[in-house]
Design a binder for this molecule. Structure first.
Ligand code: HMG
Ligand code: MG
Length: 300
């Protein structure tokens, strides 16, 4: 049996949060349903953050209510504080994600507090989550470079990851937020983390600004990482990291994994249909090299 890699689709959150055009609830719902049809089981469907800060994610709780409730699906919401957690909990969400960074300046720009303060805010979330049987995933941004501080020491990454794990995160996604890293630097971060933590609780989250995301994922696979975040059609970016482009495209990640012998549970034709649909809705160019070639060939 081939090895399984879990893909966490973050297009409806990380992707859409950075698109100029804010989609309607119906459009977001149709996008998520397409992803589910394509076989994606873990999907971050939105975020319960301030709509003044990120208008594209407004009413993510209302959207959640319209999604299918299936035991085989893991549909999560990003929550920065107890207010966000309560909104997610009120609509029956069983997994939330908290987010901080390995860089003080990025944390300040992104969530208006220090790293320590962000973790204090999360302690309320962890308490409420434990009481209500809700899983908490963690994100640590800027694991290699920060747009404000430059290179980040891997020790600082390990420190924040360990604190999130000790607080109760079942999985922590390490975000290469601005897409400047090369595989040698990614390897150093994983080696520092794996000296103290089990690979099973770690995930990779790579943005593709300089086209390095797939190379960085290949490096991460060599280090034993088996969970990766990706975004259909390479949507998005981060509103607080100017110039950084979207996540690695789910289609390109699928291409890599399926050709080197990993199982993902994805249906290729339906993935391509989902890809085509979201690009039509947004009237944008597809940033997946694989999807572009596949769709051109299937039209020829
Ligand atoms: P603040 O201004 O410091 O907080 O924002 P506040 O407590 O003073 O509240 C200000 C206003 O926001 C108040 O409303 C609150 O009620 C409201 P007002 O009185 O002005 O009308 N508010 C909320 N509204 C809705 N939901 C909430 C909430 N909390 C407060 N949960 C806050 C602090 C965290 C809210 C703000 O900074 C925020 O929403 N930031 C958005 C951060 C964000 O979404 N960033 C992008 C996601 S992270 C990312 O992309 C990186 C990642 O992909 C990994 C990677 O790539 O590295 C994860
Ligand atoms: Mg991101």
């Amino acid at each position: 049996m081939s090895d399984y890699v879990k893909i966490v689709e973050v297009g409806p959150r990380d992707g859409l949060q950075n698109e100029k055009q804010a989609l309607s609830i119906e459009q977001r719902l149709s996008f998520i349903n397409d992803l589910i049809d394509a076989g994606l089981k873990s999907i971050e469907v939105g975020s319960c953050v301030s709509a003044k800060w990120v208008p594209q994610m407004a009413q993510s709780d209302e959207l959640f209510k319209l999604l299918p409730q299936r035991n085989d699906l893991n549909l999560s919401l990003l929550t920065p504080n107890l207010k966000g957690f309560e909104a997610a909990q009120a609509v029956g969400c069983k997994e939330v994600a908290v987010f901080t960074a390995a860089s003080e300046s990025f944390t300040r720009k992104n969530i208006n507090c220090s790293i320590d303060e962000s973790l204090e805010r999360f302690s309320e979330i962890f308490q409420a989550a434990q009481a209500n049987n809700v899983r908490v995933r963690g994100y640590v941004s800027c694991i290699v470079d920060c747009p404000y501080e430059g290179a980040i020491d891997p020790k600082q990454v390990v420190n924040v990851v360990k604190r999130l794990h000790d607080m109760g995160c079942y999985e922590i996604s390490l975000g290469e937020t601005i897409g400047t890293a090369t595989p040698d630097r990614v390897q150093k971060v994983w080696q520092a983390c794996l000296a103290e933590l089990d690979s099973k609780i770690l995930a990779g989250h790579f943005h593709n600004t300089y086209g390095m995301a797939i190379a960085n994922i290949y490096q991460s696979l060599q280090q034993g990482i088996r969970v990766f975040d990706s975004s259909l059609a390479g949507l998005g970016g981060c509103p607080y990291a100017k110039g950084s482009s979207g996540n690695v495209a789910t289609e390109d990640l699928y291409y890599l994994l399926s050709h080197i012998g990993y199982e993902t549970g994805i249906n290729l034709e339906k993935l391509m249909l989902a890809s085509q649909n979201i690009n039509q809705i947004l009237n944008r160019k597809n940033l997946s090299n694989y999807a572009n070639t596949y769709l051109q060939q299937s039209c020829a």
